[in-house]
Design a protein around this ligand. Structure first.
Ligand SMILES: Nc1nc2c(ncn2[C@@H]2O[C@H](COP(=O)(O)OP(=O)(O)OP(=O)(O)O)[C@@H](O)[C@H]2O)c(=O)[nH]1
Ligand SMILES: [Mg+2]
Length: 298
């Protein structure tokens, strides 16, 4: 019997903030290329994760969570980036959190439907459901009056239910040869990823609203033999925020740098020398020009 033909295609990963889109992309790719945290609006850029299987290749577009708040230019840019990801994709995954469906999930569903792509419903975080019997009624409610190509309860974190999901999504993409080399995992440069690793620590280690007032710019990225020399500027919006990021005796900034460096060394498989600075740029998150110069675009 002939093996079935290889398939390959682009698949957008869409959903409200904090449902586990980036965790899912990382699990499918098999490497941590997209940053994650337990706070909404962690992902700010579109990013390709390339997952190659014996039966085919999925080019997954991780996107910022679609959300209602449109106050700052940054939020508008993130929503545009998510919606723009739908152009030219073969299918989309709508990721939701098991047991919960709110109006931002509806917003994401509507965006997918108006793009006219086949939508797979991914019900994530099933490991967190205490009462497993709640899953069936939840699935019935989530799918009622909505049109999905298939429905998959999964746990991206515990990697449960992924093979079935991959099979279903592969069936929605065209028969064709791989579009990327087998060992390619993302379209982003190491320089970009280095900035994201620092930003992940800001999301994880800073409290309250502070992560949303910060961004990271890589000023220096040099290959020095087997060593990567990386210089990162952490931008904040106000002078008072600078002291909080640095912490008492510089302790917090040291911890942010140490963790980010560990992540970089793992992903790049190289020794990393990381320097970090904190600088103030007033109102950068609500200033279109500042956003552009800091590498944000939709
Ligand atoms: N228990 C559990 N936690 C999960 C699962 N998937 C993701 N998480 C956690 O949920 C949080 C959000 O995950 P992310 O992958 O950053 O979510 P996201 O949808 O990319 O969020 P944004 O980028 O902000 O839109 C993180 O703390 C993850 O560890 C899961 O299957 N089970
Ligand atoms: Mg994300």
């Amino acid at each position: 019997m002939d093996a079935s033909p290889f398939r390959a295609g682009h698949v957008a990963v869409i959903g409200r903030p904090n449902v586990g889109k980036s965790t899912l992309v990382n699990a499918l790719v098999g490497a941590k290329i997209s940053i994650t945290s337990n706070r909404p609006q962690t992902t700010r850029h579109r990013l390709l994760g390339i997952a190659t299987f014996p039966a085919g290749q999925l080019i997954l577009l991780d996107t910022p969570g679609i959300h209602r708040e449109q106050k700052r230019a940054m939020n508008r840019m993130m929503n545009r980036a998510a919606r723009g990801a739908l152009e030219g994709v073969d299918a989309a995954l709508l990721v939701v959190q098991a047991g919960r469906w709110d109006d931002e999930d509806g917003l994401a569903y509507d965006a997918l439907k108006s793009a006219g792509v086949p939508v797979v419903l991914v019900v994530n975080q099933v490991d967190r459901l205490k009462d497993k019997t709640a899953l069936l009624p939840y699935l019935a409610r989530a799918t009622e009056g909505r049109d999905f190509a298939s429905v998959h309860p999964i746990s991206a974190l515990k990697e449960l239910g992924l093979p079935d999901l991959v099979r279903a999504v592969l069936s929605l993409v065209p028969e064709q040869e791989a579009l990327y080399g087998e060992d390619e995992i993302t379209d982003k440069s190491q320089r970009f990823l280095a900035g994201e690793m620092v930003r992940e620590q800001l999301m994880r280690q800073l409290g309250d609203e502070l992560p949303y007032a910060t961004t990271v710019e890589i000023e220096r990225f040099e290959v020095d033999g087997a060593l990567l020399r990386i210089g990162a500027v952490i931008w904040v919006e106000r002078q008072g925020q600078k002291g909080i990021v640095i912490g008492k005796g510089g302790e917090r900034l040291r911890e942010i740098g140490a963790r980010a460096r560990q992540q970089m060394e793992k992903l790049f498989d190289a020794k990393v020398f990381l320097e970090t600075w904190v600088r103030v740029r007033e109102g950068w998150s609500d200033d279109e020009a500042a956003l552009k110069s800091l590498g944000y675009h939709d």
